[in-house]
Design a protein around this ligand. Structure first.
Ligand code: SF4
Length: 272
């Protein structure tokens, strides 16, 4: 089917929303705003993401010493704290006083663990491979596939073992081993986009769990590709107007759409 006769173009963020809850895709595609609360925990994640962008520089110039690594990370965090309000003025216009300080303190408390894990990674994988996996060759490139009817932006592309592969920055929790299923779907969708854009197979990708200083390599399997393609088709249907069944999701109590999200789809006509 030609791309222009298909459903509305979908983005990787739609796929992530679908994995969260299919109905959220429906609400967002109909103009409802997903407004996550700007609290200390969200600001902490934003700070840690900014901090992680400095990991390659820090790792490059630091001797393998926990103290110097911690000092460099602290100074980069201070800088991130100064820069963040300038980078996100709209978000900062609606935060309460003291929240940034609280977020800064929470992020600072993570530095010893980040430093210890970065050092462990350096010892285990070696400085050059670690730097290759951390250092962007492109930051937030826009990727588009007309064939997949999909667009997306990886946090960065890194050149590892002679190949450009996607890497995503995740400031949330980290599983004991491997990556979360949703992160696997996230990097797989970006690998498919990268293949569509530049050709050749993208056999792996990286997930950076930046709150812990951990870097995980993900081998992209055929079953991951199949799952992403399946989700793409479901998201297309939802964006074209199909309302998925409401399931009792663990996110419902904190969901922005809970007031409008009713079990009986016929009642939805009240809102649309
Ligand atoms: S209220 Fe629950 S089912 Fe409805 S959109 Fe939100 S998370 Fe999904």
């Amino acid at each position: 089917m030609p791309a222009d006769s298909r459903n509305p173009e979908i983005s990787v963020s739609d796929l992530l929303l679908y994995i969260n809850c299919p109905r959220r895709v429906y609400f967002v595609s109909r103009g409802f705003e997903l407004l996550p609360e700007i609290n200390a925990s969200r600001l902490e994640r934003m700070l840690l993401k900014e901090l992680s962008l400095n990991y390659p520089e820090i790792v490059k110039k630091c001797s393998l010493n926990a103290d110097t690594l911690c000092k460099e990370l602290e100074s980069a965090l201070n800088q991130a704290c100064e820069d963040l309000p300038l980078m996100f003025p709209r978000e900062f216009a609606r935060i309460e006083e003291g929240i940034l300080e609280e977020a800064n303190a929470r992020a600072r408390a993570k530095i010893p663990e980040i430093a210890a894990n970065l050092l462990r990674g350096l010892e285990e994988y070696g400085k050059d491979p670690m730097l290759a996996a951390l250092t962007p060759v492109k930051t937030e490139p826009f990727l588009l596939s007309e064939k997949l009817n999909l667009k997306g932006v990886p946090s960065k592309l890194v050149c590892f073992e002679g190949m450009n592969v996607p890497s995503i920055i995740k400031p949330g929790n980290c599983p004991v081993q491997g990556v979360w299923a949703s992160d696997r779907m996230h990097v797989t969708s970006l690998a498919l986009l990268l293949e569509a854009e530049f050709g050749g197979e993208v056999p792996f990708a990286f997930v950076e769990y930046v709150s812990f200083g951990l870097l995980r390599k993900v081998v992209i399997r055929s079953s991951d590709r199949r799952e992403v393609l399946k989700i793409c088709r479901r998201v297309e249907k939802i964006k074209a107007g199909f309302m998925p069944e409401k399931t009792e999701e663990k996110f419902c109590t904190e969901c922005t759409f809970s007031e409008n999200c009713v079990s009986n789809p016929s009642l939805m006509s009240k809102f649309f």
